[in-house]
Design a binder for this molecule. Structure first.
Ligand code: HEM
Length: 195
Protein backbone atom coordinates (compact mmCIF):
# COMPACT_ATOMS: atom_id res chain seq x y z
CA UNK A 1 0.00 0.00 0.00
CA UNK A 2 1.48 3.35 -1.03
CA UNK A 3 1.03 6.74 0.60
CA UNK A 4 1.81 9.99 -1.14
CA UNK A 5 4.43 11.98 0.70
CA UNK A 6 7.11 14.57 0.43
CA UNK A 7 10.74 14.20 1.22
CA UNK A 8 12.99 17.23 0.99
CA UNK A 9 10.54 18.85 -1.46
CA UNK A 10 10.40 15.73 -3.60
CA UNK A 11 7.21 13.77 -4.19
CA UNK A 12 7.68 10.12 -3.24
CA UNK A 13 5.56 7.20 -2.12
CA UNK A 14 5.84 5.67 1.35
CA UNK A 15 5.42 1.94 0.89
CA UNK A 16 3.79 -0.31 3.50
CA UNK A 17 3.31 -4.04 3.14
CA UNK A 18 0.86 -6.19 5.09
CA UNK A 19 2.69 -7.65 8.07
CA UNK A 20 5.07 -4.73 8.58
CA UNK A 21 4.48 -2.99 11.91
CA UNK A 22 5.51 0.41 10.56
CA UNK A 23 6.52 2.10 7.32
CA UNK A 24 10.13 1.23 6.64
CA UNK A 25 10.34 1.67 2.85
CA UNK A 26 9.69 4.18 0.09
CA UNK A 27 9.88 4.29 -3.69
CA UNK A 28 9.81 6.79 -6.54
CA UNK A 29 6.43 7.85 -7.96
CA UNK A 30 7.03 5.94 -11.16
CA UNK A 31 8.58 2.88 -9.50
CA UNK A 32 6.50 -0.07 -8.44
CA UNK A 33 6.90 -2.37 -5.47
CA UNK A 34 10.11 -3.73 -7.01
CA UNK A 35 11.74 -0.33 -6.66
CA UNK A 36 11.14 -0.06 -2.95
CA UNK A 37 14.10 0.90 -0.80
CA UNK A 38 14.66 1.09 2.93
CA UNK A 39 14.18 4.57 4.39
CA UNK A 40 17.75 5.83 4.96
CA UNK A 41 18.42 6.49 8.63
CA UNK A 42 20.18 9.71 7.64
CA UNK A 43 16.82 11.10 6.45
CA UNK A 44 15.33 10.45 9.84
CA UNK A 45 18.42 11.89 11.50
CA UNK A 46 18.25 15.01 9.33
CA UNK A 47 14.57 15.51 10.14
CA UNK A 48 15.44 15.21 13.81
CA UNK A 49 18.47 17.48 13.26
CA UNK A 50 16.15 20.34 12.32
CA UNK A 51 15.69 20.68 16.05
CA UNK A 52 19.32 20.44 17.14
CA UNK A 53 19.81 20.60 20.90
CA UNK A 54 20.83 24.02 22.29
CA UNK A 55 24.13 22.93 23.90
CA UNK A 56 27.30 22.70 21.75
CA UNK A 57 28.28 19.32 23.26
CA UNK A 58 24.90 17.76 22.53
CA UNK A 59 24.85 19.36 19.07
CA UNK A 60 28.20 17.75 18.29
CA UNK A 61 26.85 14.42 19.50
CA UNK A 62 23.76 14.77 17.30
CA UNK A 63 25.88 15.66 14.27
CA UNK A 64 28.17 12.69 14.88
CA UNK A 65 25.15 10.39 15.04
CA UNK A 66 23.81 11.80 11.78
CA UNK A 67 27.20 11.20 10.15
CA UNK A 68 27.37 7.59 11.41
CA UNK A 69 23.85 7.01 10.14
CA UNK A 70 24.79 8.40 6.73
CA UNK A 71 27.72 5.96 6.59
CA UNK A 72 25.43 3.07 7.45
CA UNK A 73 23.09 4.11 4.63
CA UNK A 74 25.99 4.16 2.26
CA UNK A 75 26.69 0.53 3.08
CA UNK A 76 23.02 -0.34 2.67
CA UNK A 77 22.94 1.40 -0.69
CA UNK A 78 23.49 -1.86 -2.59
CA UNK A 79 20.27 -3.83 -3.01
CA UNK A 80 20.16 -7.06 -0.95
CA UNK A 81 20.55 -9.41 -3.91
CA UNK A 82 23.74 -7.64 -5.02
CA UNK A 83 25.17 -7.79 -1.52
CA UNK A 84 24.47 -11.55 -1.45
CA UNK A 85 26.15 -11.93 -4.85
CA UNK A 86 29.28 -10.26 -3.45
CA UNK A 87 29.34 -12.64 -0.47
CA UNK A 88 28.82 -15.60 -2.80
CA UNK A 89 31.88 -14.51 -4.79
CA UNK A 90 34.04 -13.98 -1.71
CA UNK A 91 32.83 -17.35 -0.42
CA UNK A 92 34.33 -19.00 -3.50
CA UNK A 93 37.63 -17.20 -2.83
CA UNK A 94 37.62 -18.25 0.82
CA UNK A 95 36.86 -21.90 0.12
CA UNK A 96 39.39 -22.21 -2.68
CA UNK A 97 42.24 -20.01 -1.40
CA UNK A 98 42.05 -19.32 2.34
CA UNK A 99 41.08 -22.82 3.50
CA UNK A 100 43.55 -24.75 1.31
CA UNK A 101 46.22 -22.08 1.90
CA UNK A 102 45.95 -22.48 5.66
CA UNK A 103 46.11 -26.27 5.26
CA UNK A 104 49.28 -25.86 3.19
CA UNK A 105 50.81 -23.72 5.96
CA UNK A 106 50.15 -26.51 8.49
CA UNK A 107 51.51 -29.33 6.30
CA UNK A 108 54.59 -27.48 4.99
CA UNK A 109 55.32 -26.02 8.44
CA UNK A 110 55.19 -29.49 9.97
CA UNK A 111 57.46 -30.96 7.29
CA UNK A 112 59.97 -28.08 7.67
CA UNK A 113 59.89 -28.61 11.44
CA UNK A 114 60.80 -32.31 11.26
CA UNK A 115 64.61 -31.75 11.07
CA UNK A 116 64.41 -29.45 14.13
CA UNK A 117 62.36 -32.01 16.05
CA UNK A 118 64.81 -34.86 15.25
CA UNK A 119 67.79 -32.65 16.15
CA UNK A 120 66.04 -32.00 19.46
CA UNK A 121 66.55 -28.23 19.44
CA UNK A 122 63.72 -25.93 18.47
CA UNK A 123 64.73 -22.24 18.63
CA UNK A 124 62.43 -19.65 20.22
CA UNK A 125 61.55 -17.92 16.94
CA UNK A 126 60.43 -21.25 15.52
CA UNK A 127 58.28 -22.17 18.52
CA UNK A 128 56.74 -18.69 18.30
CA UNK A 129 56.04 -19.11 14.60
CA UNK A 130 54.61 -22.58 15.07
CA UNK A 131 52.29 -21.43 17.86
CA UNK A 132 51.06 -18.30 16.10
CA UNK A 133 50.81 -20.00 12.69
CA UNK A 134 48.93 -22.95 14.18
CA UNK A 135 46.32 -20.72 15.85
CA UNK A 136 45.91 -18.58 12.71
CA UNK A 137 45.52 -21.61 10.45
CA UNK A 138 43.08 -23.36 12.79
CA UNK A 139 40.91 -20.22 12.97
CA UNK A 140 41.06 -19.91 9.17
CA UNK A 141 40.17 -23.57 8.60
CA UNK A 142 37.77 -24.06 11.50
CA UNK A 143 35.86 -20.76 11.49
CA UNK A 144 36.60 -18.44 8.55
CA UNK A 145 36.20 -21.01 5.76
CA UNK A 146 32.98 -22.63 7.09
CA UNK A 147 31.47 -19.19 7.79
CA UNK A 148 32.29 -18.12 4.23
CA UNK A 149 30.67 -21.31 2.95
CA UNK A 150 27.51 -20.59 4.95
CA UNK A 151 27.40 -16.98 3.71
CA UNK A 152 27.76 -18.25 0.15
CA UNK A 153 24.64 -20.38 0.57
CA UNK A 154 22.41 -17.59 1.93
CA UNK A 155 19.22 -16.78 0.04
CA UNK A 156 16.97 -13.71 0.27
CA UNK A 157 14.11 -14.22 2.71
CA UNK A 158 10.45 -14.14 1.53
CA UNK A 159 10.36 -10.35 1.99
CA UNK A 160 13.24 -10.00 -0.50
CA UNK A 161 15.59 -8.86 2.26
CA UNK A 162 18.82 -10.24 3.66
CA UNK A 163 18.05 -13.21 5.91
CA UNK A 164 18.16 -12.78 9.68
CA UNK A 165 21.39 -14.77 10.00
CA UNK A 166 23.30 -12.45 7.66
CA UNK A 167 24.35 -9.79 10.18
CA UNK A 168 25.63 -12.34 12.70
CA UNK A 169 27.60 -14.31 10.12
CA UNK A 170 29.10 -11.14 8.72
CA UNK A 171 30.19 -9.92 12.16
CA UNK A 172 31.70 -13.32 12.94
CA UNK A 173 33.58 -13.23 9.64
CA UNK A 174 34.95 -9.73 10.29
CA UNK A 175 36.22 -10.74 13.74
CA UNK A 176 37.73 -14.13 12.94
CA UNK A 177 39.20 -13.25 9.55
CA UNK A 178 40.96 -10.37 11.30
CA UNK A 179 42.18 -12.69 14.08
CA UNK A 180 43.50 -15.23 11.55
CA UNK A 181 45.22 -12.49 9.53
CA UNK A 182 46.86 -10.91 12.60
CA UNK A 183 48.18 -14.28 13.81
CA UNK A 184 49.57 -15.05 10.33
CA UNK A 185 51.27 -11.65 10.25
CA UNK A 186 52.78 -12.22 13.72
CA UNK A 187 54.03 -15.65 12.58
CA UNK A 188 55.67 -13.96 9.63
CA UNK A 189 57.37 -11.47 11.97
CA UNK A 190 58.59 -14.36 14.15
CA UNK A 191 60.16 -16.01 11.10
CA UNK A 192 61.83 -12.82 9.90
CA UNK A 193 62.44 -10.23 12.64
CA UNK A 194 62.98 -12.71 15.51
CA UNK A 195 65.20 -15.01 13.52
C1 HEM B 1 50.96 -17.93 8.54
C2 HEM B 1 51.84 -18.63 9.18
C3 HEM B 1 53.33 -18.64 8.90
C4 HEM B 1 54.14 -17.73 8.28
C5 HEM B 1 53.75 -16.37 7.69
C6 HEM B 1 55.49 -18.29 8.26
C7 HEM B 1 56.61 -17.65 7.72
C8 HEM B 1 57.89 -18.17 7.73
C9 HEM B 1 59.08 -17.48 7.33
C10 HEM B 1 59.12 -16.05 6.81
C11 HEM B 1 60.13 -18.31 7.48
C12 HEM B 1 61.56 -18.00 7.23
C13 HEM B 1 62.04 -18.53 5.92
C14 HEM B 1 63.52 -18.30 5.82
O1 HEM B 1 63.97 -17.19 6.13
O2 HEM B 1 64.21 -19.22 5.42
C15 HEM B 1 59.61 -19.57 7.99
C16 HEM B 1 60.37 -20.66 8.28
C17 HEM B 1 59.90 -21.78 8.93
N1 HEM B 1 58.59 -22.03 9.32
FE1 HEM B 1 57.05 -20.76 9.15
N2 HEM B 1 55.44 -19.51 8.88
C18 HEM B 1 54.17 -19.76 9.28
C19 HEM B 1 53.68 -20.88 9.96
C20 HEM B 1 54.47 -21.97 10.31
C21 HEM B 1 53.99 -23.14 11.02
C22 HEM B 1 52.53 -23.34 11.48
C23 HEM B 1 55.07 -23.96 11.20
C24 HEM B 1 55.14 -25.30 11.87
C25 HEM B 1 54.12 -26.00 12.37
C26 HEM B 1 56.20 -23.33 10.59
C27 HEM B 1 57.48 -23.87 10.54
C28 HEM B 1 58.57 -23.26 9.96
C29 HEM B 1 59.91 -23.84 9.94
C30 HEM B 1 60.31 -25.17 10.54
C31 HEM B 1 60.74 -22.90 9.31
C32 HEM B 1 62.25 -23.00 9.14
C33 HEM B 1 62.64 -23.66 7.89
C34 HEM B 1 64.14 -23.78 7.85
O3 HEM B 1 64.81 -22.74 7.94
O4 HEM B 1 64.60 -24.90 7.79
N3 HEM B 1 55.81 -22.12 10.07
N4 HEM B 1 58.24 -19.46 8.12
Amino acid sequence: MDFHGKLEDREILWCWKLGEDRITHWHELDAGFGGRQPIPRSWVARERGLALPPFPGLRRLARRRARDDARRDHRQALPPEERLAIYRASSVVARNLIGPGALLVLVSGFLLSLPFFTAGSVPAWLVTMQGLGLVGAIVAIGIVTPTAARMGRLELDPRGELPESFAGLRKRQVVFATVAGVFALLALLAGTVMR
